[in-house]
Design a protein around this ligand. Structure first.
Ligand code: SF4
Length: 450
């Protein structure tokens, strides 16, 4: 047993670290809540613990390398401790029988709901010679797995995971292999979890998942995203509803109508584009072209002229020529995104693109990512500057010190990162809505005043 400080009621301690997307981060928090509910004591990765858990991502080679480096470090520093790997990387590692030697236990995405028990069993049995690997094949028809009914979310914005899995199989993406088919949280459970989060004092709910546009597809009870959104918005205390990533082809007429009429939905939508070049979109196996995407953005701007559209954009996809890259960048300029997440293409073994001809050299991918990053910053500034002198509602999240001045940081409903001098609202608290006015765009944020 870890010697420093007292351990949990069960005399055991754990340290957990999550890598990757917000969904995986949230699942990591739920997993920590599960350990705590079983009497474990939580430690940081730098402290001594009985068990170290890496809840890891597999979406890029970089993500996997980060997890492997962490496993090696933990193994080296804590030879007596049990080291576990779980999440998307765990699922892929077991499926491909590519088990990192540093791990004593490797679990997939679904096994996280029973991970503390698996670890307790492994510890009771002793013997770390043979790593315990467990990642059930993610077959269609599996129900949605809730890791922990409630997890204390410390941030002002609370994440409500309503869906897992994806069946789109874009040619570059490992997610359908790591997360399996679409699985939806039944509406009543989603509403109960949301009510719990609102009762904890959260005012903004972020409706999240791997592919929320497909919500309800597996439930055979007519559930779908528009209905759930309306019911969530009707919950007492619900201040804002922020929708997670929705694929362009998932915007049905009903979803557009819901966005137009449900005022609690934030004026912000994250709609992955991936490329602004039709030839590259076809090669990626995406289910729309730039004309479809532009038409959708046009419709959304007719509904909400000040909407903030954010996106994911990939550069250096196999076969992407310099001219096609510039075409993609031009299209992004035309779309006037409020924020862009730029990803250099990452070869994922087992995906069709990994063996496609025309792989782009790393240096060239880096160059394109830097150029697209410049465009992203210019577009974010152009969008942010539209709100100088305008009234906005800041949802206070945390204190931030910038150049020696304390600020309250948070976001507007249209996803602008806002800063308000703390002196302007000395008794503020996280989760509080504060009326502000945009002053000046600076270093990727909009400075505001009351
Ligand atoms: S929609 Fe495509 S890119 Fe997104 S998770 Fe599914 S397969 Fe991956």
């Amino acid at each position: 047993m870890a010697q420093n400080g007292q351990n949990g009621q069960n005399g055991k301690s754990f340290a957990l670290h999550s890598l990757g997307c917000k969904v995986n981060q949230e699942e990591g928090r739920a997993l920590a809540a599960l350990f705590l509910s079983r009497g474990w004591q939580e430690r940081s990765l730098d402290e001594t613990a009985d068990v170290y858990v890496i809840n890891a991502c597999a979406v890029t080679q970089t993500a996997e390398s980060k997890a492997r480096a962490l496993l090696r470090r933990l193994r080296r520093r804590h030879p007596q401790a049990l080291v576990a790997l779980c999440g998307c990387y765990g699922q892929i590692a077991v499926d491909k029988d590519n088990i990192p030697e540093e791990a004593d236990l490797v679990a997939g995405v679904e096994e996280r709901a029973v991970l503390p028990e698996l670890i307790e069993k492994k510890m009771a049995e002793g013997g770390r010679e043979i790593p315990l690997t467990m990642a059930q094949p993610l077959q269609p028809g599996r129900p949605f797995t809730v890791i922990a009914a409630t997890s204390e979310q410390t941030r002002a914005r609370a994440y409500l995971k309503i869906e897992d899995g994806c069946e789109e199989f874009c040619n570059y993406c490992i997610v359908p292999y790591a997360r399996g088919p679409v699985r939806s949280l039944p509406q009543e459970q989603a509403l109960a979890q949301a009510a719990e989060l609102l009762a904890q004092g959260h005012r903004e709910i972020v409706v999240s998942g791997v592919h929320i546009g497909a919500y309800g597809r597996d439930l055979q009870d007519g559930s779908h995203l528009p209905t759930l959104i309306r019911r969530l918005a009707a919950l007492p205390g619900c201040g804002r509803l922020r929708l997670g990533s929705i694929e362009p082809q998932q915007f049905t007429a009903e979803l557009l109508e819901t966005f137009a009429t449900e005022m609690k939905i934030c004026r912000h939508l994250h709609i992955p584009l991936q490329s602004g070049c039709d030839a590259t979109l076809r090669a990626m196996g995406r289910k729309y072209d730039t004309a479809d995407y532009a038409a959708l953005v046009e419709k959304l701007r007719q509904i909400c002229p000040e909407i903030c559209i954010t996106t994911d954009i990939m550069v250096g996809y196999p076969g992407e020529t310099a001219a096609e890259f510039e075409q993609s960048r031009d299209f992004c300029r035309q779309m006037g995104f409020g924020r862009m997440h730029v990803f250099p293409y990452s070869q994922r073994p087992g995906t069709p693109a990994a063996t496609a001809p025309g792989q782009i050299p790393g240096e060239e991918k880096k160059k394109r990512a830097a150029a697209m990053g410049d465009t992203a910053r210019q577009l974010a500034r152009a969008y942010g500057e539209k709100f100088t002198g305008r009234k906005l509602q800041l949802l206070a999240e945390q204190k931030q010190c910038v150049n020696g001045t304390d600020y309250i940081s948070g976001h507007s409903d249209n996803y602008l990162p806002l800063l308000l001098p703390a002196a302007a609202c000395p008794h503020w608290r996280p989760g509080q809505f504060i009326q502000v006015e945009g002053e000046i765009w600076q270093d990727g944020c909009l400075l505001t005043r009351r």
